[in-house]
Design a protein around this ligand. Sequence first.
Ligand SMILES: Cc1cc2nc3c(=O)[nH]c(=O)nc-3n(C[C@H](O)[C@H](O)[C@H](O)COP(=O)(O)OP(=O)(O)OC[C@H]3O[C@@H](n4cnc5c(N)ncnc54)[C@H](O)[C@@H]3O)c2cc1C
Length: 472
Amino acid sequence: MSRPTHAVVMGGGLAGMLTAHVLARHAGSVTVVERDVLPDGPEHRRGVPQAHHAHLLWSNGARVIDELLPGTTGRLLGAGARRIGFQGDQVTLTVRGWQHRFPPTQFAILCTRPLLDWTIRDQVLSAGRISVHQGAEVVDLCGDGGRVTGVRVRDADSGETTTVEADLVADATGRASGLRHWLSSLGVAPPEKDVVDAGIGYATRLFAAPPGATTAFPAVNVGAFHREGEPGHFGVVYPVEGDRWLVTLSCTRGGTLPAHEDEFQAFAQTRLGHPLVADLIGSAEPLTPVFRSHSGANRRLYPERHDGWPEGLIVVGDSLTAFNPVYGHGMSAAARCAAALDRELASGGTTRRMQEAIGAAVDDPWILAASKDVGYVNCRIDATDPRLIGEHTVQQRRFADSIIDKSLGSPGVCEVVTDVISLSAGPAELGSSNFLALMAREKPYPKLTGPPLRSDELDIVRLRAYESVPTA
Ligand SMILES: Cc1cc2nc3c(=O)[nH]c(=O)nc-3n(C[C@H](O)[C@H](O)[C@H](O)COP(=O)(O)OP(=O)(O)OC[C@H]3O[C@@H](n4cnc5c(N)ncnc54)[C@H](O)[C@@H]3O)c2cc1C
């Protein structure tokens, strides 16, 4: 495709902003069309309801964002975000036991979504190269089955509908994208779709953290506690800016998510594999009500496989691939989409080439999340991806469990696994001969009998009844 004259990005969320940023490097002009009026600061807004819940930005996503927008993570840390070194700065319970806290080899950024979104939006828009048409909803695509030539936009105040012409349109409207409907009005069949839905639900509250806890106490993840045939239950305590803990409790289909304040503590106490989360929040002051979300299915579209895909239309972010949020991959995937688009635009790629590169960029997080979730009881699978269906998936899961088991106590294995879950290395790494040799060779530390917390950390949260467990 020759240099786009005018590009339109539908949706001004994280994927939309990063996409607009790279388009502004290559197109004559760029317009973002966003249904909400965007706040002038780190505030919640209607279009991103998931922003109430715990969000973790893995190191791969943070690095990609810093490459696209230098200084972003520095700004986040300056505003109170915490950089958590993995596995040193998080206490994690897996279905196989407690993870030893080895010296960090990867990291994640923890803060509230409003802070993260605002920081990225400000970085993207402050250069003044992008127009934002806000309070305006995309209601249709313009063009025909062969080519998209713009979008039809309805103003929220006046209800008036106008056309914005463009020779490249990017759909970044998220999980609830109207893409299927918009394609149908152009006479284009929907793209192939895979869905793996473990029925994950989230319930979240903010708490005031004890003094020092957001800087000197580790993040906590009591994860994936499930017995054979029972739903998974999870709980995280994440330090965020403003000396607060963002606490998210979650479960897969069949579990009962807390709806009210009084059920929150009880869930943490009785449903998780260990009472650490309950003990931490038991005496902490809650700052918000309970927010809930049921937007957790893994869903992937394959526009790159579509024979009759219109020229001038690409799909990115959650609109293309949405993930079970427990794995924390959605924002990194959005960043990878933008970086892939940047590379293709630089080499003058066609719409198909761009979409193929974007599809390849989301494949690692897709297979990591979807292949784990197919093992949950009551998971609904409507997929053709051969990696997700068939007898071999049972064997794959057993192998994955043996890797988790080994990584709990083996620093070398843990390093490779952390590279993969942080998206810094591909899952194929776990099948390499080097890794298999490491699995066989490395002698693990003894299993931990409780959360690996040091006595100075226990003092901060006043959990002196817990015994201090070595942190490796
Ligand atoms: C509960 C939960 C927890 C999560 N936790 C994590 C995590 O820990 N780590 C992680 O990396 N990811 C996480 N994610 C995923 C992450 O939230 C998304 O991947 C991320 O927000 C990028 O999404 P997006 O920009 O594609 O879409 P969205 O964030 O949904 O943004 C879409 C934008 O499009 C606008 N819009 C929608 N329709 C229209 C229209 N017709 N016209 C104009 N504008 C429109 C909306 O207002 C919004 O601004 C989580 C998701 C959920 C649901």
